[in-house]
Design a protein around this ligand. Structure first.
Ligand SMILES: *Cc1c(COP(=O)(O)O)cnc(C)c1O
Length: 389
């Protein structure tokens, strides 16, 4: 099966991991700060905090921004469940803002309208989590203006978007946000196996996230209650977790980071080829904003009313297509909270026609041609005979 996304592991990645395995530290060693600094430098952010997943990064980011019971976090329904679940871990409430039908990102107009209503109702969010869906940056400047006006904090979910650029600057520099979160799961742009990282320009947020990743423990005398009992002393000053990344993972990430620019370039070559070769088919190809650089994590097309049949035909032919995303509010665990089908119609309509085609940097033109040919047959066949078994 041709996968929809695939990691690229080179001999130098393997050598980097092997070097850690032969060293003194498998975790909490020197590879972690090196990786954090390298990502922060790449993004142009002051601080980087590595953790064991983007989910953990989102959770610690929410905690560092003091999200708690009675607070609200808003995000896009067109995302992985983790972008919303982070609020619930903190005992806060989740709500959603529907997407822009062109970019599939959270709609800034819908956000502005919902904020205006929430202000009247006294239900403003404490945090908004824009998700750079498929690697395409959200309109962060406009969101930043709203954040200033309504007093909410912003966590960018950039799980799809390391290597993306907004207004010519790297996503992750937090110019219009408090914190940006990346994922290094193997299907994402670069990988550490499992892993995540938060960037921020705020030293206090950075220190708090670093503390929350390791049980809320500090060794800084200034933060302790009373005087340290001795040089061995540490204090747990709030409840944290074990969300640490290992040095094995960080070394892999550092090695992968060397190829990030090449990966993004190759994704653009393949996506442009898709754009060209799919242009005549009765489907919609994803919009790309020429002012910003997408990281092109995904290539989601809209196939019309016969999504199921087309999806099945592709899978049957060994093309590992996928669907991004089932709107989060339609998950049973969210319906239980009171959300309903129809609450966010643009996301639901988008989802009903969505298929993500395979896209990864080592994909060959031959593989891509096979995807295109299989897709064109499937679209033709299913549009002609929608009820085919
Ligand atoms: C993958 C992903 C996450 C979660 O990342 P993990 O590292 O697997 O925890 C969160 N948000 C989005 C949008 C994602 O795609």
């Amino acid at each position: 099966m041709l996968p929809y996304g695939r990691q690229d592991i080179t001999e130098s990645d393997i050598a980097a991991v092997e070097a850690v395995l032969r060293s003194d530290y498998l975790t909490q060693g020197p590879a972690i700060p090196r990786f954090e600094q390298a990502i922060a430098d790449y993004c142009g952010a002051a601080h980087g905090i590595a953790v064991n997943s983007a989910t953990s990064a989102l959770h610690t980011a929410c905690l560092a921004l003091d999200l708690g019971p009675g607070d609200r976090l808003w995000t896009s329904p067109n995302t992985f469940v983790a972008s919303a679940n982070c609020a619930r871990y903190c005992g806060a409430d989740v709500d959603f803002v529907d997407i822009d039908p062109r970019t599939y990102n959270l709609s800034v107009e819908a956000l502005a309208a919902k904020l205006e209503q929430a202000e009247t109702a006294g239900t403003l969010p404490k945090i908004v989590v824009p998700v750079h869906f498929a690697g395409q940056p959200c309109d962060m400047q406009a969101i930043g203006v709203l954040a200033h006006r309504y007093g909410f904090r912003v966590i960018e979910d950039a799980s799809h978007a390391i290597g993306a650029r907004y207004q010519g600057e790297p996503v992750g520099n937090c110019r219009f946000s408090d914190i940006t979160v990346f994922s290094f799961h193997p299907v994402k742009i670069i990988t550490t196996g499992e892993g995540g990282l938060a960037t921020t320009n705020d030293l206090a947020l950075a220190e708090r996230m670093a503390r929350l990743r390791t049980h809320g423990i500090t060794r800084a005398p200034a933060l302790m209650q009373g005087k340290p009992a001795g040089p061995w002393d540490y204090q747990q000053i709030e409840l944290g977790y074990n969300y640490r990344m290992t040095d094995i993972q960080a070394a892999l990430g550092l090695s992968q980071l060397q190829r990030l620019e090449d990966y993004i370039e190759q994704r653009h070559v393949l996506a442009s080829r898709y754009d060209r070769l799919l242009a005549k088919m009765p489907i919609s190809i994803p919009y790309r904003d020429s002012c910003h650089r997408s990281a092109l994590h995904l290539y989601p097309i809209q196939v019309g009313a016969n999504r199921r049949g087309i999806f099945e035909d592709l899978r049957e032919a060994g093309i590992g297509v996928n669907v991004h995303y089932i709107p989060v509010h339609t998950q049973p665990d969210y319906l239980r909270l009171g959300f309903r089908l129809g609450d966010f119609p643009i996301s639901e309509g988008y989802y009903s026609q969505a298929i993500s085609l395979p896209l990864f940097p080592t994909m060959t033109e031959v593989q891509q041609d096979a995807v295109i040919e299989t897709l064109s047959i499937a679209v033709f066949r299913r549009n002609l005979m929608p009820t085919l078994g």
